[in-house]
Structure formats: structure tokens, C-alpha cells
Design a binder for this molecule. Structure first.
Ligand code: TYM
Length: 322
């Protein structure tokens, strides 16, 4: 029996290189070895997106993005969170087991509060819907970027708490976070994130790639001066995008001999080489008017029985069926 992985991405704008190197590439790499469930977290997106047309189009786009990466060909089930009503049902059960002070320690909540934002009950309970997403499927591993590590801890704690109070219903999963790409920096050196407006979209056009790479912040060292690789955004992106050129690039950083202009041109070139086939594949897939519905039907049929079985067990253990 193969081990199982489950993960998800919110359909909130175009995925970027942070999503790719932090999460999506792992889904693709692991899909052969693991039974792979990949979700479009549209109910999580609802915490920030309050516009029907935007949510529909971002949802469809993310499905095409997953397909363009070849996830379906590798046997993954791609499904929509809102297609499986057990997620919100299970989340309610978890909300009844979880204390408010514990949820107040969540980074996303603290961050929103710190910025003086109005926090919806949905945002506050976000980690518990995510715990439901994960635990319903009894996965062994959850591949994510580092910024999701705390959420996986919440899911683990929740599984342990439920199992302790009511009896064994859940496997306690592990986060799977690769050291390389665990936090991909954005153009300004902060974590690459749609909300910081510092991204390089994964399916960007060549012009968009050129424009984004030109904006990467560097210091003002001259071409022949040695440069520090530590904490350098351009170097960090090269180490993900340019594995073949990396020995040469590292030497140029350590000994001097290459300016930031040329290092940026090389990065842009390597991103284009990586992205071009994905972009073409995506455009071809988008021509098929049935592909999204077909993909979601396959995903739903594959994953729902597993969610239903876990929910059945949980309902029995808590005492709402007998
Ligand atoms: P989301 O949509 O913000 O991000 C999707 C994935 O991309 C990773 N990521 C990054 N990794 C490295 N460097 C970055 N700069 C970077 N930015 C984003 C994230 O770590 C994530 O793995 N709550 C989740 C979605 C979710 C989920 C789940 C994930 C809902 N339910 C169940 C796993 C399991 C989120 O908002 O990810």
C-alpha cells in the first residue's frame, strides 16, 4: 500500500514561484510514490475573496495550473474543497474541542490583528478547517512550505486531542517541508507572497518575467567585487531555478566577475526555460471545455468515500449517531 499525501492551495490570484518551489513541485515529485490528493481550498479563499466572478475564475485557473504541472498524469486526484461537505462538518466538531486562547496563538490571526484588520470568525477558525481538510483523509504526510508549519501542528494537536477524548479516529500526519525552497524570497527579499505584491508568477509571460526580475532588490556592489550569497534574494532564486549554473554563479559571487545585471539576465533566462513548456501545456489544456469538470468529478469520486468513512467514524465516536 502506498502512503498518502494531501495538500492544498488557495485560489487567490496566480500561483508564484514561492508556491511552486515550496509546495507544487513537491506534489509533482511525490505523486508517483504516494497516493496524492491535491485540493483547491476555495472555502479558505473565502476568508479574503468576496467576489463571485473572481473566485470562480481563480478556482478554474488553479485547476488548470495543477493540470499543466502534470499532476493528473501522475495519478493525483485534484478536488475542490467545497465539493466535499465533510470538511465544514468536521471543522465544526474541531471548533468544539478547541480553545480560543489556543487559536489566538496562530500566526495568521496575530498578524491580521497586529495590522488592525477586522478578523472574521472564518479567519479565526481557519486552522480548524485546515485540520479537517487534512485529517479527513488520514494522510501520512502533508507537503507544504514553511509558512504552513504551524497549521500542520494545529492539525496534529487536534487529531491527538480528538483521539484522546473520543477514541482513535485520526492518523497524526507529518508536515513535509523541503529544506530547499521552504521559504522562497520575493522581489524585495521578504517572503514571496501575493499579499506583499512581490511575486514572480509561475505562468508569467516572458515580458512579465523580465519586468519582475529587474525589480529584485540587490546591494550596489560592482561586477568585479565579491558578493555575499547569504540572504541575497537573487542568489536564493538562482539556487532554485539554476541548479546547472549554480557552481559558476557561486564562484562569481565569492570571487567577483559578474555584475547583478548579468546575474539577473541569467535568472530571467532560466525562469523562461523552466516556465515555457508549462505555459504551453497550460494553454493547450485550456482549449478543452470539459477538462475542469472532468478533473473535479474524478477528484470528488476518488476522495469523497474516504472523507465520508472518517466522518462516519467521528460521528459515532462523539455520539451523534448510535
Ligand atoms: P497558500 O495558498 O498560501 O500557499 C500554498 C502553498 O505554497 C506555499 N508557499 C510558499 N512556500 C515557500 N516560499 C514561499 N514564499 C511560499 N508562499 C507560499 C505554502 O506554504 C503552501 O504550502 N492554508 C494553506 C492552504 C491549505 C492547505 C490545506 C494546505 C488549506 N488547506 C490542507 C495543506 C493542507 C494556504 O493558505 O496555502
Amino acid at each position: 500500500m502506498k502512503q498518502r499525501i494531501l495538500s492544498g492551495i488557495k485560489p487567490t490570484g496566480r500561483p508564484h514561484l514561492g508556491n511552486y518551489f515550496g509546495a507544487m513541485r513537491q506534489f509533482v515529485d511525490m505523486a508517483g510514490e504516494f497516493e496524492t490528493f491535491v485540493m483547491v481550498a476555495n472555502y479558505h479563499a473565502l476568508t479574503t475573496v468576496h467576489n463571485k466572478d473572481v473566485l470562480v475564475s481563480d478556482t478554474k485557473d488553479l485547476i488548470l495550473d495543477y493540470l499543466a504541472l502534470g499532476l493528473r498524469d501522475k495519478g493525483a486526484a485534484i478536488f475542490l474543497q467545497s465539493d466535499i461537505p465533510e470538511h465544514t462538518e468536521m471543522a465544526w466538531v474541531f471548533e468544539c474541542l478547541t480553545t480560543v486562547p489556543y487559536l489566538m496563538r496562530a500566526h495568521a490571526f496575530k498578524d491580521a490583528e497586529g495590522k488592525g484588520k477586522e478578523v472574521s470568525a472564518g479567519l479565526f477558525n481557519y486552522p480548524l478547517l485546515m485540520a479537517a481538510d487534512i485529517l479527513l483523509y488520514q494522510p501520512d504526510k502533508v507537503p507544504v512550505g514553511k509558512d504552513q508549519a504551524q497549521h500542520i501542528e494545529y492539525a496534529r494537536d487536534t487529531a491527538e486531542k480528538f483521539n484522546r477524548i473520543f477514541g482513535e479516529a485520526f492518523r497524526v500526519p507529518e508536515a513535509h517541508i523541503q529544506s530547499e525552497g521552504s521559504t522562497v524570497p520575493g522581489l524585495d527579499g521578504k517572503k514571496m507572497s501575493k499579499s506583499y505584491n512581490n511575486t514572480i508568477p509561475l505562468f508569467a509571460t516572458d515580458e512579465e518575467i523580465d519586468r519582475a526580475v529587474a525589480l529584485i532588490v540587490t546591494d550596489s556592489k560592482k561586477p568585479d567585487e565579491p558578493k555575499s550569497t547569504q540572504g541575497d534574494t537573487l542568489y536564493a532564486l538562482h539556487s532554485l531555478v539554476s541548479p546547472h549554473d549554480l557552481p559558476m554563479i557561486t564562484k562569481a559571487y565569492e570571487e567577483g566577475g559578474m555584475g547583478y545585471k548579468d546575474l539577473k539576465a541569467l535568472l530571467a533566462q532560466n525562469i523562461k526555460t523552466m516556465v515555457a513548456p508549462l505555459r504551453e501545456r497550460r494553454a493547450a489544456l485550456a482549449e478543452d471545455p470539459h477538462i475542469i469538470e472532468e478533473t473535479l468529478a474524478h477528484g470528488r469520486d476518488t476522495v469523497r468515500p474516504i472523507a465520508q468513512e472518517t466522518m462516519r467514524k467521528a460521528r459515532e465516536l462523539i455520539g451523534v449517531v448510535w
